[in-house]
Ligand binder design. Structure first.
Ligand SMILES: [Zn+2]
Length: 226
């Protein structure tokens, strides 16, 4: 009753298509929830995200929850997460990632969650690190702790959007530091990113875990096929 009244006074709308949500819907309407471009990668070893890192970093398991493309709903949602200060939506999407992770055969191996960090400047502009909020949503579902400061971003690399793979790699190769290697001893880290395109960012973070002999897996909200 209270929720229904609340919705009447402050109508909630679907973050994707904009229609008014019913009291039982949250963030996305039923139709948009059905139409989310799910990858199904949680059911497959050697999925495209795992293959992306072959010969680059010794990642144990990897997946992306959704496809990211120009036309996809994820593009709109990721834009809101990154540029429209949608804190609750980000945590909600993290919870969806958590539910997908629970369907993998390897989730029990994970002992902690580490978000890919953003620069201080970006975090200040955005008000949060989107990967840290996704991690919080995941943690609420899978029941593992988040270590938000295990990695640190040290160099401002500028916008990533219009650069090729080699240029991107040169930009991000030295952009991260492992700050809490001691804390991660005997852990199997689940590294969280928002969108994996070339994988350069996650690769740079993964190299740090590799150098410290810390086993790690990767989960991103979306995967941009290229
Ligand atoms: Zn909708």
């Amino acid at each position: 009753m209270f929720t229904a009244l609340l919705h009447l006074c402050f109508p909630h709308v679907c973050e994707s298509c904009g229609i008014t949500l019913t009291p039982t819907e949250a963030f996305l309407c039923h139709q948009c929830t059905i139409q989310l471009p799910r990858t199904g990668f949680q059911h497959f070893a050697e999925n495209p995200v795992e293959k992306l890192f072959y010969g680059r970093i010794p990642v144990q398991h990897a997946l992306a929850a959704y496809y990211f493309s120009e036309a996809s709903m994820l593009r709109k949602l990721v834009h809101k997460i990154k540029y429209r200060h949608k804190r609750k939506l980000t945590i909600f999407m993290g919870r969806q990632m958590g539910k997908i992770l629970l369907q993998t055969s390897w989730i029990h191996q994970i002992t902690c969650i580490v978000p890919v960090p953003v620069t201080k400047k970006r975090e200040k502009f955005r008000g949060y690190n989107q990967s840290a909020l996704l991690s919080a949503g995941i943690a609420a579902v899978i029941g593992k702790p988040v270590l938000p400061h295990a990695l640190k971003r040290v160099v401002f690399t500028g916008s990533q959007t219009r650069k090729g793979r080699i240029l991107r790699w040169q930009n991000v190769e030295h952009a991260f530091q492992l700050e809490q290697a001691g804390l991660l001893k005997n852990e199997h880290v689940l590294l969280i990113d928002d969108v994996i395109t070339t994988g350069a960012t996650t690769e740079a973070c993964g190299k740090l875990f590799q150098q410290a002999n810390i086993p790690f897996s990767i989960c991103s909200l979306a995967y941009a096929r290229h």
